[in-house]
Design a binder for this molecule. Structure first.
Ligand code: PMP
Length: 380
């Protein structure tokens, strides 16, 4: 980010940033959020603390959004949300819970994964292990992943990305998810599903497919949900740790532990973002406006992916980079080597993470050919 800021080239590209950008290169406040904020400003009567588990309406509405309106877990009171400062707060709270309440269990992360997963779970003192995910050929390697899962000690925790895998953009197919579920069941693993991009892959409902499959088929699991991307609420720190338990009374036990752990971390969660989300999800016209806005963001990302591959095709590079159109979400493991990334930066002012991760949502659609030309310049 510093190197990008220092670069005086007016034609520079920022593909390193971790936020969605629109066609103007901006990350604006969504219209549904603005309207909800106006309503809240008029309605809010107090700034007293919110409950330890957060805004009750927010928790219920978000749990429905994640698990689906007709989830049997809701009917059986087997699922509940604890509001957290962003998805990161939910991950941290899950780490504290595992460390204190399920001691001795290791956690397994995909290789590669979002680096903050590594630091959070190592930081709370869990034993962090890895399962293979993307191979040296920059392709999803499900066979290697499953072979590793078969070896994981019974009861260990496995962190899965619900959709839009960060950093690679490679998601499991429905068939792959079913195979993972089969191993999870047999080895009695505890899934922890990180759901930071609901709506950015194939749709708000479609992206929740695997979470709902696991919730329906397993006695218990944890889900970390973030409203940073899909509601554009990044700085408002809006997320939740959703617990799915085998019975209502087990859920209550877990929730009482979570409330006490959260008390030591942030006491009570910040209010504003969650109040906005509750207002949107609880008001039909705001909800439908918001769903349209999520669809606009999703379509733009999908178009940029296709557009980039078409532009690369003109330079004869579609064979090498064709998978960019199949990946999901904002990020793409481009498969560019660290030396190619460095040359892109030095010769063309194209900035991305040195492991080749590019934020596709950061590309200006009118400059796809220019970007493809730069990539061709370092790949020949
Ligand atoms: N998980 C993943 C995989 C992410 O990419 C992110 C955001 N970059 C998060 C969780 C957490 O997001 P936040 O704390 O901003 O809600």
């Amino acid at each position: 980010m510093d190197a990008y800021a220092r670069d005086g080239n007016p034609r520079k590209f920022d593909l390193g940033v971790g936020v969605y950008k629109d066609a103007q290169g901006l990350t604006p406040v969504l219209a549904a959020v603005k309207r909800a904020e106006q309503q809240l400003l008029e309605q809010q009567l107090s700034k007293t603390y919110v409950n330890g588990h957060g805004d009750v309406a927010y928790g219920q509405l978000l749990t429905r959004m994640v698990l689906g309106d007709d989830s049997p877990l809701l009917a059986a009171s087997r699922a509940g949300a604890t509001q957290t400062p962003g998805g990161t707060g939910a991950l941290r709270l899950s780490g504290e819970f595992l460390r204190h309440c399920l001691p001795g269990r290791g956690i397994w992360l995909s290789d590669p994964t979002w680096p903050i997963h590594e630091s959070i779970y190592a930081g709370v003192g869990l034993e962090v292990h890895h399962y293979p995910y993307v191979g040296a050929d920059n392709r999803l390697n499900v066979e290697a992943m499953l072979a590793c899962l078969e070896q994981i000690p019974q009861g260990d925790v496995i962190l899965l990305h619900a959709c839009c895998h960060n950093p690679t953009g490679f998601d499991l197919s429905h068939a792959d998810w079913r195979r993972v579920l089969d191993v999870v069941k047999r080895r009695e693993l505890l899934p922890l599903i990180d759901f930071a991009y609901q709506g950015f892959g194939d749709g708000l409902e479609e992206d929740a497919w695997a979470v709902r499959l696991f919730a329906d088929q397993l006695p218990e699991m944890l889900v970390t949900s973030s409203c940073s991307k899909n509601f554009g609420l990044y700085r408002e720190r809006t997320g939740a740790l959703i617990v799915c338990a085998s019975t209502e009374s087990k859920l209550l036990d877990v929730r009482s532990q979570l409330a006490s752990l959260a008390r030591n971390l942030w006491s009570t969660p910040p209010d504003h973002g969650a109040a906005v989300v509750a207002q949107i999800l609880g008001t039909p016209e705001l909800k439908s406006l918001w769903a349209d806005e999520v669809q606009t963001m999703r379509s733009r990302i999908a178009q940029l992916r296709r557009g980039l591959v078409e532009a690369l095709e003109r330079y004869g590079l579609d064979h090498r980079f064709g998978y960019i159109a199949e990946q999901r979400g904002m990020f793409s493991y481009t498969g560019l080597t660290p030396s190619e990334v460095q040359q892109l930066r030095e010769r063309y002012s194209v900035y991305m993470v040195s492991n080749g991760r590019a934020n596709v949502a950061g590309i200006d659609a009118s400059r796809l050919d220019e970007l493809a030309a730069a990539i061709a310049g370092v790949c020949r």
